[in-house]
Each structure stands twice: as C-alpha cells, then as structure tokens.
Design a protein around this ligand. Structure first.
Ligand code: FAD
Length: 418
C-alpha cells in the first residue's frame, strides 16, 4: 500500500511518562513514523532530557558538562512537562494522575525506567551515593576531583565504570562484592575470572565474598567520613561510599492501576510492547517482553533496548486498523567502558548454552561465544568490536556456525559459518 492511499489511524493524544532514553525515543519515533497528533512527554526530573551512559564516564570525569539529548522538541511539536511526577493511572477512564493534576490520554506509554537499589538504612545518609541521575553524577564529580578514598559497593557494570573513573581521577578505590567474582549476575565464573585482574591492574582493591553489614560515621581523611563495616567484621574507612548493587523497574506508582507487573516489578508487555491495559504500552528499563528468538521473557536494562523498543511502540500506535506491525524481538546489545577496555555483549545466553573462547582472556582482546546447538546465541567481545558487529548479525540471522572456525580468533567471525 502506498503512503498516500494507506489509511492511518485517527490521530489521538499520546502521553509518554518518563523523559529518559525510551520516552524521548518514543516521542521522536512517533514523529519519524508520521504521527501528527499531540504528543506530551512527562518527566519527574527537572532537567532537559539527557542520556545516562555518559554519567559514569565523561560527565563523572568532568570531560563533558552534561549529556542532554540534542533534540529540538519544539520543532517536533513534542510538549515537555518536566518536574512532573506520574502518581497513578486509571486505564478505564484513560487518565494519568500526576503531581500537576490529571492528564487525559488516548494512548499512554510507560517509560519510567529503573531506580537503583539502596543499601538498607542508608537512605538520606550523606556520603552514601547512588549513580543513576545527572544530580547523582554532579554530586560525585567533586569527590573524584578531590581524590577522596572511596568504597564502591557492588562489582557490576556501574561499580566497574565508577571504579574506573575514580582511579583515573586519582582516588583510592576499594570495591566490595558479596559474590565470589565481578558481574556474578551476568556472566559465568570462567568468563568473569579474567575481569578480576582488571581491578588490580587499575590499582583498585577488589574484595569478593564481602557483604556490607552497615555504614557507620567514621574517620575518613575528608568530611564527613564513613566506615563500611563488612559481615566478617572488617572496617573500611571511606570519604564516600558509592552503591551500585542493581536497579529495579520504577513502577511502584502503578500500584492499584490493574496493569500487570512481573516478579521484579516490571510491566509485563506483549510482543508489541502493549500492557495488560487497553491503549497502554511499556518500553525500556521498566518493562519485560516475550522474546520469540530466545523463548523466554526478557527484561533488558540497557541503552539499545531503550532505542529499539520505542520504534515498535510508535509503529503500533500509527498502524492503520487491521495492520499488524512486526513483533519486538531484538538481539539485545550493550557496551561498557571499564579499566581501559571496551566490553560489548550481544544476544542472551543461559547456563545450558555451550561456551566457546576466541582468543586468550589474559590478552588485551578476546571474545567468548555461546552456542545453542550450532547457532550463535550470544557473544561477549573485549576490544574486538568487529567480532561483536559480525556476531550480532549472525545471531540475528540464526546462521549455523562451525565451532572449529569460530574458536580461531584469526578467522573473521562471519567466515566461521557451517
Ligand atoms: P531511564 O533512563 O531510567 O528514564 C526513565 C525516566 O523516567 C527518568 O528520567 C525518571 O526520572 C522518569 N520517571 C520515573 N518515574 C517517573 C514518574 N512516576 N513520573 C514521571 N517520570 C518518572 N547501558 C548501556 O548499554 N551501556 C552503557 O554504557 C550504560 N551506561 C550507563 C551508565 C549509567 C550511570 C546508568 C544509570 C545507566 C547506563 N546504561 C548503559 C543503561 C541505560 O542508560 C538505560 O538502560 C537507559 O537509560 C534506560 O532508559 P529508560 O528511558 O528506559 O529509563
């Protein structure tokens, strides 16, 4: 059907809640896909919408002032309502309740992202920091500049990136991790093992099997000064404590709305990112979706998912009656910059998949592949972006692979097909 003859759905009011990557991209994708009706983007934070990955990198180190999206919302006729918090939804009445009063909608998109988990009993304790928002990064930046002694709680992606920046700034850094290795929730032991060395090489102390019991006021060299007390009784003095122990979907405000949530509080979306309530979608960190490719529901807390998902939401909103847009079935992707390395992961693997190494993990660049039967389902590339790009396409295509060729890092990955 040509664009001229195709009958579009009548233009309705779209309200997007959450002005992070997923919310902003939804609003932009609606315009890109020809939606001409009113679009309102509501965000709790007072700042112009901004990107989060630079917060643990350039913004923290002061090499970038901020990370606001370079988008002309006015030209796109996207109404921004910042500093406005959504408090509830009444799907039967098509009304969103906010701190500024009720907002009626025809289509509602939930894009409220995730919020970081806190250490118990540390809410509001000065000197105990999280790293999720621009305000968090701005609070942390001067601590790095003052070369404080810092204890980082959690050796996950955020903990590793923060430790990298803090070492680069000349801080003394101790990272405490309850598990036996970094990234225990994301990667198997044999893959995470080489990463343990990265901490020591960067001059950071990594203490595994180290669970925080409490944070006490104490005698760090600066003010206010804290002591992180571990389960084994060890006491770690710190000027500042940075907590990176994971995040959960920011959906508490949906309680009582009747919108179905999963075990982690995530909005349960379908394969077109529609929720259990009519005319309500969910996208980005706050949602999970059924992956046809992997045969299970995925909750992806990474940037690329907040870029791709909105295109599906917009396509479904602009679809003409009877038209069925493509289901959302991405090959998930993310990257991390830590300890001078560029780490990239594409796909999704489980413990049942076969692990195959390409290259020596003691070297500067190596890749790990995961195979399900003869198909590549995921790969982690350290300093090998070409492997990542080719692998991502092979996963997408479901191409059968030759494990012998795949294990040879001298062979281009795209040539390792069966
Ligand atoms: P968010 O970015 O969390 O945006 C949601 C927005 O909704 C927030 O602004 C929030 O204030 C607002 N909101 C919440 N509740 C309400 C409410 N009730 N009413 C109104 N507004 C509300 N991913 C990568 O792949 N690579 C990286 O290198 C990387 N680095 C990162 C570094 C940091 C420091 C952080 C925090 C994340 C990083 N990520 C990275 C993850 C990536 O940034 C997220 O996956 C992405 O931001 C998710 O976008 P989102 O829009 O779903 O959620």
């Amino acid at each position: 059907m040509s664009e001229q003859t195709r009958e579009r759905a009548p233009e309705r009011r779209v309200v997007v809640v959450g002005a992070g990557m997923a919310g902003v991209q939804t609003a932009v994708a609606l315009r890109e896909q020809g939606f001409t009706g009113p679009v309102t983007l509501i965000g709790a934070e007072p700042h112009q919408p901004y990107d989060r990955p630079p917060l643990s990198k350039a913004v923290l180190l002061g090499t970038a002032e901020g990370s606001a999206f370079d988008i002309d919302f006015e030209a796109l006729r996207i109404t921004l309502r910042l500093g406005c918090e959504a408090l509830g939804v009444r799907p039967d009445e098509h009304v969103l309740d906010t701190s500024e009063g009720p907002v009626p909608y025809d289509r509602l998109v939930l894009a409220t992202g995730a919020e970081p988990l806190r250490l118990p009993d540390t809410e509001g304790v000065s000197g105990v920091h999280l790293l999720r928002t621009l305000d968090d990064a701005e609070r942390l930046r001067p601590l790095l500049a003052r070369q404080h002694d810092i204890v980082v709680v959690g050796a996950g992606w955020i903990g590793a990136e923060f430790a990298t920046a803090a070492r680069e700034a000349g801080c003394a850094v101790t990272v405490v991790e309850a598990a036996d290795r970094p990234l225990a929730g994301a990667l198997p032991a044999e893959v995470a093992a080489p990463m343990t060395r990265w901490y020591a090489e960067a001059g950071a102390v990594l203490r595994t099997h180290a669970r925080v019991r409490r944070v006490e006021p104490g005698e760090g060299s600066g003010e206010p000064g804290h002591v992180v007390v571990l389960d084994d009784g060890s006491r770690l003095p710190a000027d500042a404590v940075v907590v990176g122990i994971g995040a959960r979907p920011a959906t508490a405000w949906l309680a009582g709305s009747g919108i179905a949530l999963g075990a982690h509080g995530e909005v349960l979306a379908d394969d077109r990112l529609r929720t259990s309530a009519a005319d309500v979608y969910a996208v980005g960190d706050c949602a999970s979706f059924p992956s046809g490719r992997y045969g299970e529901r995925l909750m992806v807390h990474h940037w690329d998912n907040a870029l791709q998902g909105p295109r599906t939401v917009a396509a479904d909103i602009v679809a003409a009656a009877g038209e069925l847009p493509e289901p959302y079935d991405p090959v998930p992707y993310f990257w991390s910059e830590q300890f001078g390395r560029f780490v990239q992961y594409a796909g999704h693997h489980t413990a049942a998949d076969t692990t195959l190494w390409r290259g020596d993990p003691a070297s500067a660049a190596w890749t790990v592949c995961w195979l399900r039967e003869d198909r590549l389902v995921a790969l982690l590339a350290v300093g090998r972006p070409r492997d990542l790009a080719q692998g991502r396409r092979l996963i997408q295509a479901g191409t059968a692979m030759d494990p012998r060729l795949l294990a040879d890092p001298a062979q281009p990955l795209k040539a390792a097909t069966a």
